[in-house]
Design a protein around this ligand. Structure first.
Ligand code: 5AD
Ligand code: SF4
Length: 438
């Protein structure tokens, strides 16, 4: 049997996509393997920032040297970089045999046939319909406890800095029945936590002649599978998050009390240039609704430092909104201009790298103190924790997560991975809670 090694970069959506690719290729006689044993290497790539692409390019040159030692080895570039750079990748890297865009994974078997005849093969057509709906993904790098389900594809928000609408095409939702059957199947296999994925899950919408299912209804249906199954989701767009969804999260114990709500900037001028379609005030209104209906909810965000023409005053507004919300967690990035995006065409990348770094460092330092503050509030409280595995530092300790998505470390005793345990928090750092079973 031939062997394929799949390496994934970028977002959770990409992880979910690699699992779909795994299923397609397995069906065609390949076994998933380690890098050392592989006859075929797939790199599922990300274009979101320049450094994500640089990392992949470096890796591809390593694979090029590997191919010199193993001439029969075939190399495929999948995902967002394949879509963005297309055949250019063939020119840049002599060892690349396949280029497969995010909507072309079903074509892989056919493409591999061409490759076996010594040709190079590319397919980067985007689709308005493809959702890989009925494909049952194989689970890669799994802990057997938590899994991803992709519920929609593409994005049409066109935030000015973002390459995703160009690499992943039109937004489309997947048939809710196939989502439910995938979730049930996972639960029956012993999985206890499912994360529903989409670029903007709040605009999920399945429409049939006599039926409409929106995201709030979908998440309720998934939550109904079992009270022992936890549900998370990512990512929400602040302009679309609905009161119906917030109330649904509040009403159901097994929908996790966490919302990832990317703010990007705290300044209205910058938000306008980013084409985010909300103001600071509107964003804060959504935050108050969340806090009102779900007082225990953790809130995380994404922040970009040094977007085009961002002034010191704009940056201060970002720091102030962070404090006002009191984020529990944040993903923080320097602005990276991406070719062909609206921002690249309309605005200058005119904040110097030094200034971007200085602002980003301030943002990171502030977030560390906010995370510590949030964690300190948990000391003394008891949380239900889903056990995910062993702590990296000690085989005697386990780790799991609270509904709020905070990592908790505690003694193993006779506890089992995949079960729920009540843990009292005794101590914390800015990144982790430490506790004991009660
Ligand atoms: N530069 C920096 N960060 C970006 N993101 C998206 N595009 C860019 C870019 N060009 C960030 C946003 C988004 C997250 C997934 O990545 O914060 O929410
Ligand atoms: Fe990266 Fe965005 Fe593509 Fe995910 S969708 S892989 S974050 S560019």
């Amino acid at each position: 049997m031939k062997k394929v090694y799949i390496e994934t970069y970028g977002c959770q959506m990409n992880q979910a996509d690699s699992e779909i690719v795994g299923a397609i290729i397995k069906e065609n006689g390949y076994d998933i393997s380690s890098l050392e044993e592989a006859d075929l290497i797939f790199v599922n790539t990300c274009s979101i920032r320049e450094n994500a692409e640089q990392r992949v390019k470096k890796r591809l040159s390593e694979f090029e040297s590997l191919k010199k030692k193993k001439p029969h080895l075939k190399i495929g570039v999948l995902g967002c970089m394949a879509e963005r750079l297309k055949e250019e990748l063939f020119k840049e890297n002599r060892s690349v045999d396949l280029i497969v865009g995010p909507d072309s994974y079903r074509k892989i078997p056919q493409m591999l046939e061409e490759v076996s005849l010594g040709k190079r093969s590319a397919n980067v057509l985007l689709s308005k319909e493809e959702t890989y709906s009925e494909i049952i993904p194989i689970r890669l790098d799994t802990n057997g406890v938590s899994a991803f389900i992709s519920i929609m594809r593409g994005c049409e928000n066109f935030c000015s800095y973002c390459v995703v609408p160009f690499t992943r095409g039109k937004e489309r939702s997947r048939d809710y029945r196939t989502i439910l059957s995938e979730a049930k199947d996972l639960f029956e296999q012993g999985y206890k936590e499912i994360t529903l994925l989409g670029q903007n899950v709040n605009s999920y919408m399945w429409i049939e002649e006599d039926k409409v299912v929106n995201f709030a209804q979908l998440i309720a249906l998934v939550a109904d599978i079992s009270p022992l199954l936890r549900i998370r989701f990512s990512t929400s767009h602040p302009k679309d998050i609905s009161l119906e969804l917030i109330k649904t999260i509040a009403q159901r114990d097994n929908i996790c009390k966490m919302i990832h709500l990317p703010v990007q900037s705290g300044s209205n001028v910058v938000l306008e240039r980013m084409n985010r379609k909300y103001t600071r005030e509107e964003y804060l209104e959504k935050i108050s609704l969340i806090k009102k209906y779900i007082p225990s909810c953790s809130i995380s965000t994404d922040i970009i430092a040094g977007f085009s023409s961002e002034t010191e005053e704009d940056h201060k507004q970002t720091l102030s909104i962070m404090k006002e919300v009191g984020y529990d967690y944040a993903f923080m990035f320097n602005y990276s201009e991406r070719e062909n995006t609206i921002a690249a065409k309309k605005y200058k990348d005119n904040v110097s790298p030094e200034e971007k770094n200085r602002r980003l460092n301030e943002i990171i330092l502030l977030q560390q103190s906010l995370s510590l503050e949030s964690n300190k509030k948990d000391v003394g409280k008891v949380f239900e924790v889903l056990i995910e595995g062993f702590s990296k530092r000690s085989k005697e300790k386990l780790f799991g997560r609270t509904s709020q998505n905070k990592v908790v470390i505690f003694d193993k005793k006779d506890l089992k991975v995949g079960s729920y345990v009540n843990v009292r928090i005794n101590d914390c750092s800015s990144a982790t809670l430490f506790g004991e079973e009660v």
